[in-house]
Design a protein around this ligand. Structure first.
Ligand SMILES: *[C@@H]1O[C@H](CO)[C@@H](O)[C@H](O)[C@H]1NC(C)=O
Ligand SMILES: *[C@@H]1O[C@H](CO)[C@@H](O)[C@H](O)[C@H]1NC(C)=O
Length: 367
């Protein structure tokens, strides 16, 4: 009697374990690479100054505490996870990312990084792109030990990836100081094709590692963020040189993605035009429920754009009516608008097709 009931318990637990595996593996795995727009806490584990681990970061997150996300609440990856019915990914460096949690995917992003290895050197210990890619290889190894190599390949090939890079290659490299090394080496019109060609190598590596659906965001309107307005703007107009940089980078990025897809013969890389969604709410903030798209919610000085968001900064009472949370990063509300366009936007926002279309296509292919 005792034996049969413990046997029953055993089968029950086994069933629970398997259905848990099935449940977590049911939503597709999600991987995130890139910079502070998508870092959800990796830098908290590193000795770097590029971090969002103090109040009031996270003031609108469910825990009301800082998490390392550069947002008052959810960031873009969180909102994509929610939209595709998946759990939020953990930072790759989190000690909680073990066992079944690995099957949800992982976030490898690190605030401060760029396409180039020399971008963000001032932040010292950040996870540069070669290391983010090496962590994906390590991740695959760790997952293989749980579900085997074949299932791991399937998890990878049916996953979704978000990659956000490029802004720092301008802001924290080329334009970081006047006469920066890169700006002496390259005219802007030569620098852009150079970083796009380096980006191509990074994306090709993701393809070689087995990823088959990769959302690649362009840069936002770099010259219009509160930090730039505070430093360069007399009447609230956007910084011309950074706007020119973003204007050159985004179309060349999309051309590169199109050519990669052509070479591969499949729509692996999906270009996300964050600049377009941001221009929408910057040019007509009221339409999106914002009182301003120039002044940051958290910061100090003109446009709240000087320095960082800290416990001593001005903090707006209602984060939902500000497009910018801190001098560089969108508020959760603005992130929601961006993710809405990723999900259902026209080709002006996401090309060659939006994420709901991708989800529907892949659901048919993977039955
Ligand atoms: C960046 O560093 C990696 C390895 O550390 C190297 O393989 C790669 O060529 C470097 N990229 C550039 C553009 O120098
Ligand atoms: C984007 O998504 C919506 C809603 O799923 C769909 O109706 C629309 O046709 C899509 N647009 C494009 C350009 O793919």
């Amino acid at each position: 009697m005792a034996t049969s009931s413990s046997l029953c318990m055993f089968w029950f637990s086994l069933l629970a374990i398997f259905s848990n595996v099935a449940l977590k593996a049911d939503a597709r795995a999600f991987f995130v690479f890139g910079d502070s727009l998508v870092d959800n806490g990796n830098n908290n584990y590193l000795a770097t100054t590029a971090r969002a681990d103090n109040v009031p970061y996270g003031v609108d997150y469910p825990t009301r505490r800082p998490t390392g996300r550069f947002s008052n609440g959810y960031n873009i990856p969180d909102l994509i996870s929610q939209a595709i019915g998946a759990e939020a990914t953990l930072p790759y460096l989190s000690p909680m990312l073990t066992g079944q949690n690995l099957l949800v995917g992982a976030n490898f992003a690190s605030a401060g990084v760029g396409i180039l290895n020399d971008t963000g050197v001032q932040f010292v210990n950040i996870i540069r792109m070669p290391q983010q890619l090496a962590y994906l290889e390590q991740y695959k190894q760790r997952v293989s030990e749980i579900i085997g190599q074949q299932e791991t390949e399937r998890l990878i090939s049916q996953s979704l990836t978000l990659m956000t890079l490029g802004g720092n290659d301008f802001v924290n490299n080329y334009y970081l100081v006047p006469f920066s090394a890169r700006s002496r080496q390259f005219a802007l019109s030569d620098y852009v094709p150079y970083i796009v060609s380096e980006y191509r190598k990074i994306l090709m590596r993701l393809y070689e590692l087995g990823l088959r659906r990769v959302l690649v965001t362009g840069t936002g309107p770099l010259g219009c963020v509160p930090a730039e307005l505070a430093q360069h703007s007399r009447n609230g107009e956007c910084s011309e040189q950074l706007q020119r940089a973003a204007g050159l980078f985004n179309p060349q990025l999309q051309n590169m993605l199109d050519s990669l897809n052509q070479e591969i013969g499949s729509h692996v890389f999906i270009g996300v035009n964050i600049r377009q969604s941001s221009i929408d709410f910057i040019s007509d903030p009221e339409r999106y429920g914002f009182v301003t798209a120039k002044v940051a919610c958290c910061g100090q000085g003109p446009y709240n754009g000087i320095g960082l968001c800290t416990p001593r900064s001005n903090l707006c009472p209602n984060r939902d009516i500000y497009a910018f949370w801190d001098p560089f990063h969108p508020s959760e509300k603005a992130n929601r608008i961006i993710v809405q366009q990723i999900m259902t936007g026209s080709t002006d926002y996401i090309s060659p097709m939006n994420l709901s279309t991708i989800m529907a296509l892949d659901a048919m292919a993977n039955v």
